[in-house]
Structure formats: C-alpha cells, structure tokens
Design a protein around this ligand. Structure first.
Ligand SMILES: *Cc1c(COP(=O)(O)O)cnc(C)c1O
Length: 377
C-alpha cells in the first residue's frame, strides 16, 4: 500500500453533516419558533408526505421514535399477553423490547452469517412449532434487507402480518422494492445516528392499508380520532414539528449521502481484497438491490484486540451488537440457553463496524484499511 498519513477517523461526524444544512435548518427552526406550532401540524404532515413519496409508501405516520413505531405497529394488531411474535436475537434491543413491553412473548430465530438477517428456513420451522405466533418482525440490519419474499409468503399462508424493522434501512431496496413497503407495516427510526437522523428522537411508520394508517395515526395520540374521544387505548407518541422540519430538509440530501456510503463500502471491499487482509467485509446478497450502509461491518478474528489496536491508531469502531438478545438478563425468563442461536452468538464475537459516514475522505478509508492490515501482519 502507498504510505498513508496518520489521521484521526471518528465513527460518525454529525457536525460535518450539520455544516451542510446549517442555514436551511436554522431558518426553519426559527420560523417554527416564531409560529409556536410545535407538535404534529403542517410541518409533520409535509414530512410524512415527503417520506411516503421517498419510500413509495401510500401512507406515512410520524411518531416519537423507532421504538415507538414498533410498539404502535404491534398495538395496531392488538398484540398482547398470550401472543408470540417471531423475530431475531441479533438486533438492537427495541425490536424485541417492543414485543415484551406489550406483554407478548418474543420467539427468536437465528440469522444468516452472511446477511446478518433472519434465516427464513429456520423462521418457517419456528412458525410450524409455535401456533401462537401472531406477527413476524424481520430486521433490515445495517442497511440491507432481509429475504422478504419467502418470509412474506410463509406469513400470508398463516394469515399473520409482517412488520418490518426498517430503522436502519430507509431507502434500502429488496429486489427493487423499498424497505418498509414489503410487509404490512414498516417501522423507521430517525435517531441521530441513522442515515436520516433528527436533532433528537423521532420515528415513523409506513403502510399501504388506509384503515391501518388511520388506526396508527390514532394510536400515537392515545387512540383518539377526534380529540377527547378515544376508540383505543393508545400512547403518546407525537412527532415534534421541529424534528419533522429538520428531517424534511435532510431528506433532500439522503440519496447523495447514501451514494457516498456506497462508495466507501466499495473502497473498503476493494482494498481488503487487494491487500489480502484476512477479514470478511460486508457484501450485499443479490436480493439486496440497494444497500444503504447504515453500518459497514467486517467479520474478523481477534476482534476485541483489533478494536483496541484501532483505537490506539485513532480509528473509532463499534460493536453492533456485543450480546445476543436471547442472552440478555431481562430475557432470562424466556428460558433460552447459550448455544440456542449459534450464528447470532458467533456474530457477537466477530462483527466490527468501521467508519462509513458520508463525509469521509477516500484517504480516511485508506488509513483504516492500512491499520487493519498492519494489525494482522
Ligand atoms: C435504532 C433502532 C431501533 C429503535 O429506534 P429508536 O428511534 O432509537 O427508538 C429499532 N430497531 C433497530 C434495528 C434500530 O437500529
């Protein structure tokens, strides 16, 4: 490798992103402050319309977080005590937390080692074994979609909905279709580290079903369709106007930011191959027709040592996720054992997320790969 100069590479640099939208965002925030129209209202409706168009979804309903989006989706199907919901243990906590929080039981099924997403053959077996499963939550982890066609076919056969956890995957495509529009409901997060990040917490649901859309819009305001008249027991999960306004501005940049992430991922894969670095870089499956790289992850040996080495070399990295959900203390009551989901458990020991944020320079990636190569030499 050509000599690369030492530099500091953070995992994410949200200040660099802010610099691009600063004037637009501050003007819009000032305007909303003057109007004092701060909750839901026109700014939220405009953002919902813009996201619906972006995701090619007939309806979009803003809410307070991605976690709430998952909870609201399950509430829309009246899922609660006595019900089971199928999902994966190799994901962010909220995926399963939303199920447990409603009093339902998460049923885990292992993931595939190369896509990090639900193993559909195992999902079908779990569906046969658990007649109480009332919904499936596949996760589109790291910005790449789960294998939706066979999963949705299995769900349809049993008459249960598929709720997509698309928190990390806005704009990702599965065989040309937009993440969040393939199952019955799509759940999105605008947590600041997501590809489309708010200035705080925010989330959104998408659906093609007008009745579901109306119910979701009611559930986010305590189940009322007409103020002070409640048809369901919902929650308070309103979206702020300030967040919606910022998100609508950022949405205009999202495709260019995604293109930069894709270039970075390509560069990583090219350099790892050229220099025969003994790591397995994340590579989209053929059905992941548009990967948006919320994370760029490698699988590697001696992961924790590598991470510590990189930190000394001023390269930030992160582990998503260090403990499989079936091994979390709070889920001990589910009765899972170590070894129940060997792929998930192996991934928790091998995955390392590298910097892939849009504003990186090619030289940053040269440096990261150079330092990883040096570690294994
Ligand atoms: C971020 C995330 C969520 C939760 O979103 P919040 O907005 O943080 O509540 C849910 N699932 C996955 C896979 C996520 O990455």
């Amino acid at each position: 490798m050509v000599t690369v100069k030492a530099r500091r590479v953070p995992l994410l640099d949200l200040r660099a992103q802010f610099a691009q939208i600063r004037d637009q965002a501050l003007a819009e925030i000032a305007r909303l402050c003057e109007s004092q129209q701060l909750i839901l209202g026109k700014a939220v409706e405009d953002f919902e319309t813009a996201v619906a168009a972006y995701c090619e979804a007939p309806y979009a309903i803003g809410c307070a977080s991605g976690s709430d989006a998952l909870t609201l989706a399950l509430m829309a199907y009246d899922i609660g005590p006595g019900d089971e919901v199928l999902t994966i243990p190799f994901t962010f906590f909220a995926t399963a937390g939303s199920i447990a929080q409603l009093g339902a039981t998460p049923v885990f099924v292992d993931v595939e080692p190369d896509t990090f997403n639900i193993d559909v053959a195992k999902a079908v077996k779990a569906l046969d074994k658990h007649p109480r499963i009332r919904a499936i939550i596949p996760v589109h982890l790291y910005g790449g979609c789960a294998d939706m066609d066979p999963l949705c076919a299995a769900a349809r056969e049993r008459g249960i909905p598929v709720i997509e956890d698309a928190a990390q995957s806005i704009g990702a495509r599965y065989r040309g279709r937009s993440a969040g529009t393939i199952g019955e409901i799509g759940c999105f997060s605008f947590y600041p580290t997501k590809n489309l990040g708010a200035f705080g917490d925010a989330g959104l649901l998408t659906t093609a079903d007008p009745e579901l859309a109306a119910k979701l819009a009611a559930l986010r305001v305590h189940g009322s369709r007409r103020r002070y008249y409640h048809d369901w027991v919902g929650i308070n999960s309103r979206l702020d106007a300030l967040q919606a306004a910022v998100l609508r501005i950022k949405l205009q940049y999202l495709d260019s930011w995604t293109a930069a992430r894709q270039r970075h991922a390509e560069q990583y894969r090219r350099l790892f191959a050229e220099h025969r670095v003994p790591v397995e870089p994340q590579t989209p499956a053929p059905y992941q027709t548009r990967h948006i790289y919320n994370q760029f992850v490698i699988r590697c040996q001696r992961r924790d040592e590598l991470r510590a080495w990189l930190a000394e070399e001023q390269v930030a990295s992160e582990i998503y996720y260090p403990l499989s959900l079936h091994q979390q203390v709070c889920f001990a009551y589910l009765g899972y054992q170590e070894g129940d989901f060997p792929v998930s458990e192996q991934l928790t020991r091998e995955v390392l997320a590298l910097p892939v944020y849009p504003e990186l320079e090619p030289e940053d990636i040269d440096y990261v790969v150079d330092r990883i190569a040096a570690f294994y030499r």
